[in-house]
Design a protein around this ligand. Structure first.
Ligand code: DX5
Ligand code: ZN
Length: 224
């Protein structure tokens, strides 16, 4: 079974947009491994967040890799506008565009590619695409908004992904996103997640460095 080093990716959606530069620096100083960017188009989800110009602004000041999560209906059409700034681009299986060609195009553009699913979407829908991905994002809340409570029932998909990955000898990362705190990070890691997105619990913490350090420690002891 592949053991990927733990990645903690603060979600920029939860930061103070008016102080973007300082917030990026604060997250990096606190120990962020990646920064997660939630792009929402008002169609795929009932919210509009930010687009390529914002991601470019983050890229100008960030030194860690950027992980772009496209919660949009037309990822094939729009991902090239994010690709110059992203290390990883994740699309949703429920989006309108065809999945396999979009994943291939993301890799051809020089990024790693991720595939995500909503809590209501069964794990089996991903089976045809697992050979093609670098990261599987199991949404642990209904996508659209930060600050929602973690849905523990989604962890059965993390466990299913671990089993399928090992059965096929694959090595994609398993990411969780939504409601991640010290406690739910430990539960997710125990189920097999190696890549954690956390917005509110880290940007909203009194001290972001301790929030990330505690999360890392909780995961290490949960998986020791
Ligand atoms: C939800 C987004 C998440 C969100 C996580 O649609 O994909 O990345 O920002 O935020 P918290 O950690 O506040 O649940
Ligand atoms: Zn996200």
């Amino acid at each position: 079974m592949p053991t990927h080093p733990l990645i903690i990716a603060p979600s920029v959606l939860a930061c103070n947009f008016g102080r973007l530069h300082e917030e990026v620096a604060r997250a990096e100083a606190a120990g962020a491994d990646w920064l997660h960017l939630d792009v929402m188009d008002g169609h795929f989800v009932d919210n509009i967040s930010f687009g390529p110009a914002f991601v470019q602004a983050v890229a100008k000041v960030a030194t860690v890799p950027l992980d772009v999560h496209l919660m949009i209906d037309k990822p094939a059409h729009y991902f090239p506008r994010f690709a110059p700034y992203a290390k990883n681009i994740t699309i949703h299986i429920e989006a309108q565009d065809e999945v396999a060609p979009t994943l291939a195009a993301i890799r051809a553009a020089g990024c790693t590619c991720g595939l995500s699913l909503r809590p209501a979407t069964p794990f089996a829908t991903l089976l045809p695409f697992l050979e093609q991905i670098d990261l599987l994002l199991v949404m642990t809340v209904v996508p659209g908004f930060g600050g929602q409570p973690f849905m523990p029932e989604t962890l059965s998909k993390v466990a299913a992904a671990v089993a399928e990955r090992s059965a096929r000898g694959l090595s994609f990362r398993i990411q969780v996103d939504g409601g991640i705190t010290v406690a739910t990070a430990a539960d997710s890691a125990r189920a097999g997640a190696d890549t954690l997105v956390a917005g509110t619990s880290v940007f909203g913490a009194p001290e972001m460095g301790s929030a990330i350090t505690s999360m890392r420690a909780a995961v290490e002891s949960a998986t020791a």
